[in-house]
Write a protein that binds this ligand. Structure first.
Ligand code: ATP
Ligand code: MG
Length: 340
């Protein structure tokens, strides 16, 4: 039977994103617990039907690295997408709450242990290879909030770009902007799976550091925003900040944690295109000095600004850091999930 609202009982709200909210629900007839994503769609009926058709291809998506799909339906004016519920949530909420619970184990706080980040990278790459080879899609939105964990220790991707029409019609505040976007995407060039690799590189640094890597980048004072360098303009937020607002505000660094201002996003995008990429090992994050060269190199290959030099998921899986042998001291994902 097709999924419908009347069969779903709300259990809890799991989170709220830019384009909608996610509820933990029980499918009463089957007793299956699911995550129901409610997306507000601003489109006419024909487009809604098109979106549902596009989402339908998710039924043939089956990978240990991708959340499974139960179905999607219209619930005017929303589209509801029901997927596998991941009981440990997403990695952004995991790392943001880890340090703040006052847990006795001092070793587990804020940053995600590097061995866990390593194992996560391997699963995400597995997911990217699957999406490309089996589904012929790019993910397009790799970031900590779209990487989920369950108590089995499984790491899976959600919210990937199967439906172009869905992307085009979600009523979002920031349209098509993300601080995880690769330089070539920001500049409006053609992009490929390597753009997802860039987003993975940023994500790995964020999780291993316990903070977003550009959060304390220096942005030169009085640097005017060169909007022409940020083509296509269509991908920028619809409410562009005015020039006066920029000149009034003396920008000292891009502050991203908490409320993300539109202006900061523009400045950050400019920064991503112009400046050298962030690195895993950096003096401003003292605990990062203990990371291995092998880990640092891996991230360097994810964050080559020129997509021609950047590695693809398959080749990254062959790098030394992805080899599990001789890592007996590393906590397994399952054990670690049990500590959360
Ligand atoms: P954005 O809208 O910018 O992409 P987001 O990814 O945080 O941000 P949503 O995709 O709406 O926004 O998800 C909101 C939150 O719901 C996530 O951060 C995550 O914690 C939680 N969530 C999403 N899907 C699941 C799921 N399948 N199982 C458990 N929790 C989930
Ligand atoms: Mg999401």
């Amino acid at each position: 039977a097709p999924l419908q609202d009347s069969d779903l009982k709300n259990i809890a709200e799991l989170g709220m994103g830019n384009g909608g909210s996610v509820m933990k629900v029980e499918h009463v007839p089957s007793g299956v617990v699911m995550a129901k994503k409610i997306v507000l769609i601003d489109a006419k009926p024909s487009v809604r039907k098109q979106i549902l058709r596009e989402l339908h291809i998710m039924h043939r998506c089956s990978s240990p690295f991708i959340v499974s799909f139960f179905g999607a339906y219209l619930s005017e004016p929303n589209i509801c997408i029901c997927m596998e519920y991941m009981d440990k949530g997403s990695f952004d909420s995991i790392y943001k709450t880890i340090g703040s619970k006052g847990r006795p184990n001092e070793a587990i706080s804020g940053p995600i242990p590097i061995g866990i980040v390593r194992q996560l990278a391997k699963r995400v790459l597995g997911g990217l290879v699957y999406l490309k080879d089996e589904m012929e899609v790019l993910h397009r939105d790799i970031k900590p909030s779209n990487i989920l964990l369950n108590s089995e220790g499984e790491v899976k991707l959600c919210d990937f770009g199967v439906s172009g029409e869905l992307e085009n019609n979600v009523a979002k505040t920031f349209v098509g902007t993300s601080v995880y976007m690769s330089p070539e995407r920001i500049q409006g060039s053609d992009y490929s799976v390597k753009s997802d690799v860039w987003s993975l590189g940023i994500t790995l640094i964020e999780l291993a550091h316990g903070c977003f890597p550009f959060a304390d980048s220096e942005v030169e004072e009085d640097t005017p925003i060169d909007l022409t360098a940020l083509t296509p303009i269509s991908s920028l937020p619809s409410s562009l900040p005015s020039a006066q607002r920029h000149s009034r505000r003396k920008s000292r660094g891009v502050s991203l944690q908490g409320g993300v201002g539109t202006l900061s996003i523009l400045e950050l995008m400019h920064h991503i295109v112009r400046e050298p990429p962030p690195t895993l090992i950096t003096p401003s994050v003292p605990h990062s000095l203990e990371f291995t060269e092998e880990a640092a190199q891996f991230v360097v290959y994810c964050l080559k600004k020129d997509p021609g030099e950047r590695m693809n998921p398959r080749d990254l899986l062959e790098m030394g850091w992805m080899d599990d042998t001789g890592r007996g001291e590393e906590m397994t994902l399952r054990m670690w999930a049990g500590t959360l």
